[in-house]
Design a protein. Structure first.
Length: 286
């Protein structure tokens, strides 16, 4: 406790007993102020006027606990980290135009939640460039008279465009969202970027039939393989009658695996150099 006088002639300090009682002796008459301080409590003051010959009892002083300032570090959840990584991947475009969303250049990328897998599939299928590419494929099919049952002209082109886009949507959602969610597999290609050229080629080819699971272990890519078969089976509902059948489904599945291997090779040796907004991360390890 500290007793303070206006003339500072009789400033005194005392320590209270265990019961909180304290007293000051030989205090001259006049105004005074008492300041009470204790660790962990807020400081309190009490003032009054002492008359000559008076014994003054200070009113009870109640002290409140001091509010502690604690530094709290907020650690983002796995889903929040994955969301930030997806946002970075959605900015990846080859030559600044063509989407390159399904590639991770971060070797420590966090597994995606089911919701995030569906969000990635949605943004891929509705990207304007996807419609342009689908239109180009339909144009090539028409020029080569593929699926002749559709005929020619605007109507034939429209049918080819519709089936090509339906194939793209079905394979993206089934192989990139539905099955990966059920089987807990990651639909992305993890860029290796290190090692000998031979090891990188083998890595890229292998990734057409294997993938990384949500547990971080490599496993057979059932999502992509079964997804291709399922998408091929669905396509039998809208392809011309003479183009339907199990043979077409199996053929499209094998073609899909071959295309995946070719795209992986491009990803490993070409695409990264052409892709803008690539996060600065260390390459993935197989």
């Amino acid at each position: 406790m500290k007793l303070w006088r206006e003339d500072q002639s009789q400033d005194q300090e005392v320590t209270s007993g265990d019961d909180g009682q304290f007293s000051f002796a030989n205090v001259a008459a006049g105004s005074f102020q008492i300041t009470v301080a204790s660790a962990g409590f807020t400081t309190k003051s009490s003032s009054g006027i002492l008359r000559p010959g008076e014994s003054y009892a200070v009113p009870q002083i109640a002290m409140a606990l001091a509010s502690a300032v604690t530094e709290v570090r907020v650690v983002p959840s796995r889903i929040e980290v994955a969301e930030d990584q997806i946002k970075a991947e959605e900015k990846q475009r080859v030559l600044g135009v063509v989407p390159n969303f399904y590639v991770s250049y971060d070797r420590n990328a966090v597994p995606l939640s089911s919701k995030q897998k569906f969000e990635l599939a949605w943004k891929t299928t509705v990207d304007p460039v996807s419609f342009v590419v689908t239109g180009a494929i339909a144009g090539i099919q028409q020029s080569q008279n593929y699926f002749s049952g559709y005929g020619q002209g605007a109507q034939g082109y429209g049918k080819r465009f519709g089936t090509s886009y339906a194939d793209f949507v079905a394979s993206t959602y089934i192989g990139g969202a539905i099955l990966p969610s059920l089987l807990k597999q990651d639909p992305r290609y993890f860029y290796k970027g290190s090692g000998s050229k031979r090891s990188r080629i083998l890595y890229a080819l292998a990734n057409s039939v294997i993938c990384k699971g949500d547990d971080g272990h490599w496993q057979a890519d059932y999502s992509a393989i079964l997804g291709s078969l399922a998408a091929g089976g669905i396509s039998n509902l809208y392809y011309p009658v003479d183009s339907r059948g199990a043979e077409l489904t199996l053929e499209n599945t094998l073609i899909g695996i071959g295309e995946s291997a070719a795209v992986n090779l491009l990803q490993e040796f070409v695409m990264r150099k052409l892709t803008r907004n690539v996060p600065r991360q260390e390459p993935a390890n197989p």
